[in-house]
Design a protein around this ligand. Structure first.
Ligand code: F6P
Length: 327
């Protein structure tokens, strides 16, 4: 295989706190290893439109603590088409970019897998999404920060919930995965947690709520992942519960995109730094079409195929914990 001389780095899909720390690590590791490095703006969209610029060590100064992504992000429709990918490849070729590091979630890696196969270009993925839903890594970059953002917000809602003896349904992100809902629910002492992986069981939910109100609990909080199975979200669940219990003073809070913003936690910065460097090392080691991840504190390499085919499951021990703790 031809020796890699210039790599491109991009962030794609939903931004996640810590993506900047990962970009910084990729750029610095590339320069450390005498490679040239180019920043591709707006993910695959910018690759198609040739929005790229050379990066230096200085271009990534003072970004480790910043949320969002200096490279910007996008969900590219064009890259789903062979035409779009052809344009993207031609732009890479024109600029002499011979390998890529892509930072994002499953949509990003799906694009990378197809593109890598079509044009035989080495690509390594770095998991960056607040959803933590990627198989092959215990943690994705951004998850820890989002978790702490959610817990802080729920704590605040609890103050007002308890002042008014209200029942709150708080919706958090996670269309297909309940990692954020489950862990933040446990950390904030939620009475019940509804996740996309498990059918919403109203009987059980009523049971929890009744128990709480009979015990004179001053408030109840139900954490709802946006992809919850009944009707996709907190509003529908709250409506149904209100019909059954019209006397409960019920409110809904949707946390929305505040969950994706903010200063990355120390944990996310360290994970991002480690994985960014590992991604460059993997390319230098002739690896392609893999995601770098962390499992049991060790860096792992997982083929895109496996990371995309397998579904990471929620920890059953944490699910059980909720049952015990919400009595
Ligand atoms: O994948 C990250 C994520 O934040 C999901 O949790 C959420 O469902 C989705 O992105 C929202 O995407 P957008 O900002 O494009 O509406």
């Amino acid at each position: 295989m031809a020796q890699i001389k210039k790599i491109g780095v991009l962030t794609s899909g939903g931004d996640a706190p810590g993506m900047n720390a990962a970009v910084r690590a990729v750029v610095r590791a590339a320069i450390y290893n005498n490679l040239k490095v180019v920043g591709i703006k707006q993910g695959y969209h910018g690759m198609i439109l040739d929005r790229m610029e050379p990066m230096t060590s200085k271009s990534v100064s003072n970004i480790i603590h910043q949320g969002g992504t200096i490279l910007k992000s996008a969900r590219s429709e064009g890259f789903r088409t062979p035409d779009g990918r052809k344009k993207a490849y031609e732009n890479l070729k024109k600029r002499g970019i011979d390998a890529l590091v892509v930072i994002g979630g499953d949509g990003t890696f799906t694009g990378a897998r197809i593109f890598g196969q079509e044009y035989n270009i080495p690509i390594v993925g770095v998991p960056g999404t607040i959803d933590n839903d990627l198989y092959g890594t215990d943690y994705t970059i951004g998850y820890d920060t989002a978790l702490n953002t959610v817990v802080e917000a729920v704590d605040k809602v609890r103050d007002t919930a308890s002042a008014h003896s209200r029942l709150f349904f708080i919706e958090v992100m996670g269309r297909d995965a309940g990692f954020l809902a489950l862990r933040s629910g446990i950390a904030s002492g939620a009475e019940a947690i509804l996740v996309p992986e498990i059918d919403t069981d109203f009987k059980q939910l009523y049971n929890f709520l009744e128990k709480g109100f009979n015990k004179d609990k001053s408030s109840s909080i139900v954490l709802v992942a946006e992809g919850e199975k009944f009707n996709g979200g907190a509003i529908a669940v709250a409506e149904r519960v209100s019909k059954e219990y019209p006397d409960y003073d019920t409110r809904v809070t949707i946390l929305g995109h505040i969950q994706r913003g903010g200063t990355p936690s120390a944990f996310d910065r360290v994970t991002a730094s480690r994985l960014g460097v590992s991604a460059v090392e993997a390319l230098l080691d002739d690896q392609k079409s893999i995601m770098v991840g962390v499992m049991n504190k060790e860096v792992t390499h997982v083929p895109f195929n496996q990371a995309l085919k397998n579904k990471k499951s929620l920890n059953p021990a944490l699910l059980e914990l909720t049952q015990v703790l919400s009595i």
